[in-house]
Design a protein around this ligand. Structure first.
Ligand SMILES: Cc1cc2nc3c(=O)[nH]c(=O)nc-3n(C[C@H](O)[C@H](O)[C@H](O)COP(=O)(O)OP(=O)(O)OC[C@H]3O[C@@H](n4cnc5c(N)ncnc54)[C@H](O)[C@@H]3O)c2cc1C
Length: 285
């Protein structure tokens, strides 16, 4: 059954790239940076994985023509280009994409998915980093118990990391479950990344963590141009613009595509108020 897009449109910019690019233009015009995400996950068919790789290549090329002087890059899910099929197949697809990314000076972020894929994602990042280090980076999730090691390793590599809390349901063996600990871990990794990694992305809508990042950057004399904040399309749009006005780099994650249901469900799960918002909008229609 296909659900109507109206359900998702607060969080998903469009079902096609053509419908999404005007949204990107508006964000860039407001001084925001953008990362585009073609929605989808866990492809277990080789032809489909190749087709998604082709779509990503096309996206990079169209974005390079479109973005003018603005800063727009892309975020991808390795599970869409073969990660759950075969390691070498996935790396070959990624290298095909990164070759075009390098030609067009477009950065590619490897989103982090559920705990079964963490090690494989780090392995693949390590494999492509020597050749494509300026054009590829990864995401680390503060809720995972393993993340301190990964932060240390990414600092050694001088890799670009997006730090977030983590959006999947993980068991207590793998992930901290309480928000106090997750925030504490986030603050610790934020400090390590600001000091030792390259241009980290601090991805959160949480004022406590945003304020902690600002305070630490000031205290450690870290230039606001040496890191960026990141938030999701449709969440705290005013705060996004306020951060730009204060002189911070702020990147908005803009998802699009027809496969929006899993992404949309994660946004609903994060915040019960979103379910009320949804019902209100449905009644209004
Ligand atoms: C740019 C970006 C990229 C991300 N990439 C990944 C990734 O690759 N892998 C991954 O596992 N996770 C990813 N996430 C999701 C992340 O892990 C969290 O699940 C999500 O950001 C919610 O945590 P929070 O820190 O924003 O704060 P929360 O504590 O959840 O929220 C703080 C405040 O932000 C606002 N807010 C937060 N979420 C919502 C929402 N859904 N709807 C409305 N308001 C909200 C509310 O005001 C809330 O009180 C990403 C998040 C961002 C911002």
């Amino acid at each position: 059954m296909k659900l109507p897009f109206v359900l998702a449109r607060r969080f998903v910019a469009g079902e096609t790239l053509d419908k999404t690019l005007p949204v990107v233009d508006r964000l860039l015009a407001d001084g925001l940076f953008v990362t585009l995400d073609l929605l989808g996950e866990h492809v277990d068919d080789r032809q489909a994985a190749e087709a998604y790789t082709h779509d990503y290549v096309d996206l990079v090329q169209r974005l390079a023509h479109r973005r003018g002087g603005g800063d727009a890059n892309i975020s991808i899910k390795l599970s869409m280009i073969g990660q759950v099929i075969d390691h070498d197949f996935c790396v070959a697809n990624l290298k095909r994409l990164l070759t075009v990314a390098r030609q067009t000076h477009t950065f590619v972020r490897l989103d982090m998915e559920d705990g079964d894929l963490t090690q494989s994602t780090i392995n693949i990042l390590e494999e492509v980093h020597p050749d494509f280090g300026n054009y590829v980076g990864v995401v680390l999730q503060a809720y995972l118990k393993r993340t301190e090691r990964d932060v240390e390793r990414m600092c050694e590599l001088k890799a670009r990391v997006r730090l977030c809390k983590g959006a999947y349901r993980e068991p207590p063996e793998l992930a901290h479950q309480d928000m106090v600990t997750i925030r504490e871990q986030f603050r610790q990794y934020m400090r390590m990344l600001l000091l030792h990694a390259r241009y980290p992305g601090i991805a959160t809508h949480d004022d406590e963590l945003i304020n902690a990042t600002k305070a630490f950057a000031t205290e450690a004399a870290i230039d606001p141009n040496d890191f960026e904040f990141q938030m999701l399309y449709g969440i705290r749009a005013e705060t996004q613009r306020n951060l730009v006005a204060e002189g911070y780099n702020m990147r908005v994650y803009v998802p699009y595509g027809t496969q929006w249901l899993p992404y949309f469900s994660r946004r609903l799960r994060e915040r019960k108020e979103n379910v009320g918002f949804l019902v209100k909008n449905l009644l209004r229609k």
